[in-house]
Design a protein around this ligand. Structure first.
Ligand code: WT7
Length: 645
């Protein structure tokens, strides 16, 4: 494919950015005309950030799978859409061409229809990283059903909460998943989530691990059987077809749950038209994708990174992706490098936490691996420290490859701030410049734009965006008010990201991390309130407070202060028991790294926990705890400080 909207120079970036500012609707209308629409939009944009109400490409009709598959078939039909690398390095690689992808997606769409699914229905997908996961996601999109992928690390309870919130009636899962040396019993977890459930009508189970599973008559069916039957329906005389449902540009494409600073995870809703345009535009521009290149995004499709830069962005651009089932450190820490060598990867997109963890294994795992195919490197998910940036640059990119530091969020759908590989300058630990159409501003606590520089000559404030881009969050599923209060109420007329940032005179941004009570642990987002709620469910726990602390590999670790009045004789066992409860309630990813038992928490007279103090102690700062005079019981601080782990 050729991409007339691919920016080719720094000068062009500046002129394109200017154009996007002066005439956003003209600008996005022109870009959107590069896609296949069943019916053209009538109006490009309608918005206010008060309700909020954001609609892009109003009246436009499309099906995103036609843009991701059908329109490529003539030119790229026999080119690989995916090269699937299995968990076990000795297992067979699977190559999925665009023709094959088309056939499988048509089959899935037919299978979903046969099982009663239709446009608008919510389908929960809980699978490992197998090609069938992509077929399932796109099969939903083909019939206009709304997919909600849940990461394999979440517990039965978390799944049950999400099923209920999304009012889902259908599930697609696997018997199990391989992740490194572990087999994860996905169907077993689904069965636990469904105890007492009366709303789920169908569970489709794909066989991956041959783990024994229970199959309930009338509810559970095998993927293989259903797909075989669907094949007889979609293929006639060697021609495969399944009509792509017409969806409105603003029909929901998917729901993806993500944590916030309060309560249960919220269902971020993205829509068909704007999300398609944005993921494609940012994929083509940030990575500077050229047809024929091999793109390897190491994320899991259970997170937004996988949705946008394994599935929709690359496929809409006719790209070839490596899809990896395993983990970076199994069977050894050379796994990524072996994959790059084996499949001649050109673009590698991974998380700082993975880089830091691989750094810890030294250079041995890189020895003998030919990384000369690499042309572009990317990072996402958390701030990258300079040490990790330089290691990535030197030992992976061999100083030949531009590194892009891409800042974005589940709610933004795609990359908002990033350098463009080889086009705009990179700067270690800086996300640098906004994408065209993105207008970031830094504000102080009162929402006033920061105009004074700090002592380092930088502007410092809370990061907000003042104009909509096509894939901005539309709502939080079933609760629009929550969307408003979370993102649009803190500062009037601005989308608030929850991040703090620095800006220089040239307009480059450096993201410094969350300013709310959200943690970023190994690139996974976890709310402290969510972890506290889980801990508090444990018998004997009176109260808890959870904060983050700097962790060498994970970026942030989870530190929990707990008042526990249960059996006192074996604190170590008590800790383990509490971890079990957190695993049950949320999942293993939310387990605290440190648990300190305390007799009280530092509270103000009005009963508010002073997290600032707890954060400082967890960070190892034990001297300057700031003003503690407003505390109800200042003595407790001394006890906590002494007991620090
Ligand atoms: C939060 C969003 C974006 C997909 C993966 C995470 C942090 C993300 C960067 C970056 C510094 C970053 C922010 C953001 N973050 N990318 N390049 N530099 N911080 O998605 O789970 O929605 O988390 O991740 O704090 O708010 P998410």
């Amino acid at each position: 494919m050729n991409f007339p909207y691919q920016i080719k120079s720094l000068e062009e970036y500046h002129s394109v950015y200017k154009k996007s500012e002066e005439d956003p609707e003209g600008f996005w209308g022109e870009i959107a005309s590069n896609f296949h629409w069943k019916k053209k939009w009538e109006k490009v944009l309608d918005w206010n950030f008060i309700e909020p109400h954001v609609r892009w490409f109003l009246g436009g009709k499309l099906n995103i799978t036609e843009n991701c598959i059908d329109r490529h078939l003539q030119e790229l039909g026999e080119k690989p859409a995916f090269i699937w690398e299995p968990n076990h390095p000795e297992d067979r690689v699977r190559i999925v061409t665009y023709n094959r992808l088309h056939k499988r997606v048509c089959q899935v769409a037919q299978m979903l229809k046969n099982n009663g699914m239709k446009k608008g229905d919510r389908v929960c997908i809980y699978m490992g990283m197998v090609p069938e996961l992509v077929y399932a996601v796109l099969g939903c999109a083909r019939i206009g059903a709304v997919h909600s992928v849940i990461f394999g690390g979440f517990s039965a309870q978390s799944i049950a909460d999400r099923l209920y919130d999304a009012q889902a009636e259908y599930i697609i899962t696997c018997d199990g998943a391989y992740r490194g040396g572990k087999d994860i019993p996905l169907k077993g977890v689904i069965d636990d989530a469904l105890i007492g459930n009366r709303t789920i009508k169908r569970v489709i189970v794909y066989t991956r691990t041959r783990t024994p599973v229970s199959m309930l008559k009338g509810r559970d069916v095998w993927w293989e059987d259903e797909m075989d039957f669907a094949e007889t329906q979609v293929e006639k005389d060697g021609v495969v077809s399944f009509p792509a449902e017409e969806t409105d540009a603003e029909d929901p494409l998917f729901i993806l749950y993500t944590s916030g600073s309060t309560g249960k995870p919220k269902g971020v809703v993205h829509t068909c038209g704007g999300y398609m345009v944005w993921t494609n535009y940012t994929f083509v521009n940030a990575f500077q994708y050229k047809t024929g290149q091999i793109h390897f995004c190491t994320a899991d499709i259970g997170w937004i990174t996988g949705h946008s830069y394994i599935v929709y962005g690359p496929l809409s651009a006719g790209a070839t992706s490596v899809m990896f089932e395993g983990v970076p450190t199994w069977p050894d820490a050379g796994r990524f490098w072996e994959i790059v060598d084996k499949h001649k990867v050109n673009i590698l997109y991974t998380a700082p936490t993975a880089i830091r963890s691989l750094m810890g294994f030294g250079l041995d795992p890189l020895n003998g691996k030919d990384l000369s195919s690499l042309q572009v490197l990317g990072t996402v998910g958390e701030p990258i420290n300079e040490e990790a940036w330089h290691w990535y640059d030197e030992h992976v990119g061999k100083r030949r490859c531009p590194i892009i530091d891409t800042w974005w969020q589940t709610e933004t759908g795609g990359i908002l701030i990033s350098n463009l590989a080889g086009i705009t300058p990179a700067r270690p630990s800086w996300a640098t410049l906004p994408m065209p159409g993105v207008h970031p501003v830094l504000v102080d606590e009162n929402g006033k734009e920061v105009t004074e520089k700090d002592t380092h000559g930088l502007y410092k404030g809370n990061l907000c965006i003042k104009y909509p881009w096509p894939s901005i969050i539309r709502t939080t599923y079933g609760d629009h008010e929550r969307c408003r209060t979370n993102y649009f109420a803190t500062y009037p007329n601005l989308y608030f990201t929850g991040d703090g940032a620095l800006k220089d005179d040239e307009g480059n941004f450096r993201i410094t991390g969350r300013v709310d009570d959200v943690l970023n642990v190994s690139g996974h987002r976890i709310g402290t309130a969510e972890v506290e709620n889980a801990i508090n469910m444990h018998a004997g726990v009176v109260e808890s407070a959870v904060v983050g602390y700097p962790h060498e590999i994970k970026g942030q670790g989870i530190y929990a202060y707990i008042i526990y009045t249960g059996h006192q004789n074996d604190p170590d066992l008590n800790r383990k028991n509490i971890l079990q409860t957190v695993s049950r309630v949320i999942g293993p990813i939310a387990k605290p790294d440190k648990i300190q038992f305390v007799s009280g928490l530092p509270k103000t007279r009005s009963g508010k926990i002073m997290r600032r103090i707890l954060r400082k102690i967890a960070e190892g700062e034990t001297q300057n705890l700031g003003d503690t005079s407003t505390l109800l019981d200042p003595g407790i601080v001394e006890e906590i400080r002494k007991g620090r782990l």
